[in-house]
Ligand binder design. Structure first.
Ligand code: DGJ
Length: 733
């Protein structure tokens, strides 16, 4: 791929000089996509193209073409002040204009791919602002990214960044549809798709810490009509930032531009002389294979670059939360470990409730910050637990919420100044009436948070997994650490501090599996996943509602990262009663786990769970590392929902289908298996029959890929009334 790229670049340099002296065209290409930027010496840079891969012979057509695609790569405020901007800066003398001129263009590489760097300087020497704009292709994937770096290159005087988007990408304005994801606790990531009107669609977050609750930063825009899962042109974008973000999709009759970056509202950022600010990466993909094409591009990229250890299979675990909540003790943990081991599980995670000395954590009112074992509950300490895990032949994991404190904690008593607050106002508290947020802008607090993890892992090297929770938004906006003229930077500096901590943890503990959790799915974000192996999808473990949430999350986030647990019935959040098989068939589409008290299961349920765990192990590589095809959407409110995974060679697939509604006479659609190879034949195996001796009618059949893709799989014999489901393994013969 590299050779081809270089060849194209060289030819383009030649073509470019033949066509125009001052314009230069720069192409970044992946296997299937090209990004073309034109630069003008002393002037500006323009996007010319982002779409299906182009050849060098195609390039001449771009010159001088003022299509509705073309757009300035970095629209700045002050000379032309009208319209939306990506950059606005207040200069040391109070002047609020920026007028950038192109200084140089460099093509380089970093550890992940090819990078194009445009360097601009303000045309007025008295305004020593340097801006570098980056465009990158992540090698071996169809994901591109862009970001900027602003430097105050002066010797004195502070500049203030007022607007600092990572990206301003133009798209073709033609019957565009926007897909976006919104929700709240227990109903994260609900998908909606609307025709884009003229004006603006704004996706924004201001929660401070849990930036995926209200809305997810991932979105798609289709071009030239509503896209389907497999057909149509679709642009997908996402922001690699864990704090407040803002994406503006700005449309008029003849243009469409996507601006995305940190939400600068109440977040002006100061650049002292010599300081540089780097915006987070905006990641984007383009596909002519519909929304599924964009999703698969993001999944492959995530597993390779944006998810910690994205190529390593995840363990099957039992988490203690819904099983015992805060009622943690040595005996119960031991019993749960024994049970999950006997079901074939590989890891046990002790959730909340295990810590606090002066204030043992019996509920959510106390103890955050006091990360020592509650001796009354766990007299043998964590060692007692890792010993028990070893005895049962499984691994051990533990829950922490290290960015937080309770006002009822030894930490708060000793360090009230480590908590975000305002000196002259009473402190407002969150969960449990006492929860407060640590000031991660403060390097000492960063050391403390790093130390929580470091102490646990260095004192207990057998801890294999950490669940890192975060159950608050930013309250009491005020950092005792930052000076008064930097208070507007809390929303940003908090996350720089958090990154610093995570970098240190990963440098020392690359092999520990860490889950990011924020009251459920509040942190499903590429702003954090590079340091985490997976995310907790939602505190709502109801299998039916999970079909919706998981379907949405799958638009940008791969199955391997999606923690999906089988919980008790009736479900604790919705009260819904669904069979254990259905619950397993749903949870098996992500990283399978359980979250219940196994002691309360019947022998028959345990026997089924054991078979389902074994079945998951069989298809785990296909689900966790394969390509996902969304087949029937639960959002269509039809009779069924379905999804499939296939390995890259298309020799093995796993198909999951669920009956979710039943009206007499309602037709079950034939399930067209989009991901299958038409030129192969596949043997079907029912992997999770309720009764081992009576698999579904499809079991054992040999079916041609062409039939599966074009005519579809007839599920009417396999799916009956609501809450029936199948998990089928397809093997090429
Ligand atoms: C919120 C998480 O989402 C839950 O899974 C659980 O860990 C609780 N916190 C524990 O307090």
């Amino acid at each position: 791929m590299k050779t081809r790229f270089v060849a194209l670049a060289l030819t383009l340099a030649f073509v470019s000089s033949a066509f125009a002296q001052s314009n230069r065209t720069h192409v970044l290409s992946s296997e299937n996509t090209s990004l073309v930027v034109t630069t003008n010496d002393g002037g500006t840079a323009y996007y010319q193209y982002f779409g299906p891969k182009i050849q060098d012979s195609d390039i001449k057509g771009f010159f001088g073409v003022k299509s509705n695609y073309t757009g300035n790569t970095l629209p700045a405020f002050g000379i032309h002040s009208a319209g939306e901007k990506a950059l606005a800066v207040e200069m040391p003398d109070g002047n609020m204009s920026v007028d950038l001129g192109m200084e140089s263009v460099e093509r380089t590489r970093d550890a992940q791919g090819e990078v194009l760097v445009l360097t601009f300087k303000d045309k007025v020497k008295d305004y020593p602002l340097t801006v570098k704009q980056y465009f990158k292709n992540y090698e071996g994937t169809d994901v591109f990214s862009t970001w900027t770096e602003m430097t105050n290159a002066g010797r004195k005087g502070e500049m203030t960044l007022l607007t600092f988007a990572s990206a301003a990408v133009p798209l073709t304005r033609e019957d565009n549809w926007v897909t976006q994801f919104h929700g709240g606790w227990g109903s994260e990531s609900y998908m909606s798709e609307e025709c884009l009107p003229n004006g603006q669609v704004v996706l924004s977050d201001k929660a401070g810490l849990r930036n995926a609750f209200g809305s997810n930063a991932g979105f798609m825009v289709s071009i030239g009509g509503k896209a389907t899962e497999n057909r149509g042109e679709v642009f997908g974008g996402n922001l690699m930032w864990s704090g407040n973000y803002k994406t503006r999709i700005v449309a008029t009759n003849n243009g469409l531009t996507v601006f995305s970056g940190i939400n600068e509202e109440t977040s002006t950022y100061h650049l002292a002389a010599g300081e540089t600010f780097r915006t987070p990466e905006f990641v984007m993909a383009y596909s002519t294979e519909g929304k599924g094409g964009v999703s698969r591009a993001f999944h492959r990229w995530a597993r390779k670059y944006a998810l910690h250890a994205g190529d390593k299979l995840r363990d099957i675990l039992l988490n203690s939360w819904e099983g015992v909540y805060f009622k943690v003790n040595q005996e119960v943990m031991d019993q749960m470990m024994g049970d999950i081991a006997s079901l074939g599980g590989e890891l046990f995670v002790m959730d909340d409730g295990w810590f606090g000395d002066k204030y043992p954590r019996d509920n959510d009112h106390t103890s955050l910050g006091d990360w020592m074992v509650a001796k009354g509950k766990l007299p043998q300490g964590i060692k007692g637990l890792t010993d028990a895990a070893r005895k049962h032949g499984i691994k051990f994991g533990i829950w922490i919420e290290p960015e937080m404190a309770n006002t009822k904690s030894e930490l708060y008593e000793n360090h009230p100044d480590w908590v975000l607050h305002q000196d002259n106002r009473p402190i407002t508290t969150g969960r449990g009436g006492t929860q407060v947020v640590l000031d991660l802008c403060n390097p000492k607090v960063q050391d403390f948070v790093f130390g929580i993890t470091d102490n646990l892992l260095s004192e207990n090297p057998e801890i294999a997994y950490i669940k890192w929770d975060c159950n608050a938004d930013i309250m009491n906006y005020g950092s005792p650490y930052l000076p008064k003229n930097r208070q507007s930077e809390i929303y940003i500096r908090y996350h720089m501090g958090l990154r610093n901590v995570l970098e240190r943890i990963r440098a020392k503990y690359p092999d520990v599996v860490i889950q990011v959790c924020a009251s459920g799915g509040g942190r499903v974000t590429y702003g954090l996943l590079p340091w985490f192996d997976e995310f907790w999808t939602s505190d709502n473990t109801d299998a039916y509602q999970r079909l919706f949430i998981q379907w949405s999350d799958s638009h940008f986030y791969p199955a391997i990262a999606q923690a999906s647990h089988v919980s008790a019935s009736p479900n604790h959040q919705t009260g819904r009663v669904v069979p254990l098989k259905f619950r397993f068939d749903v949870a098996m589409t992500g990283r399978l786990g359980m979250e219940l008290q196994p002691k309360n299961m019947t022998d028959e349920e345990k026997a089924f769970a054991k078979r389902a765990v074994a079945a998951y192990k069989q298809i785990r590589p296909v689900v966790q590392l394969g390509d996902q095809y969304r087949l029937l959407s639960p959002y269509d409110r039809g009779a069924a929902a379905a999804v499939m995974y296939v390995n890259p060679e298309k020799t093995r697939a796993a198909v999951f289908a669920y009956r979710i509604d039943y009206l007499h006479g309602q037709q079950l659609l034939k399930l067209k298996l989009d991901g299958i190879d038409e030129n192969r034949n596949y043997r079907i195996k029912d992997l999770t029959p309720q009764d081992e001796t009576r698999p579904c009618n499809l079991n054992g059949q040999l079916v041609s890929g062409r039939i599966l893709k074009q005519a579809g799989l007839n599920l009417s014999g396999a799916l009956g009334r609501p809450w029936t489901s199948v998990c089928l393994e397809l093997t090429a013969e």
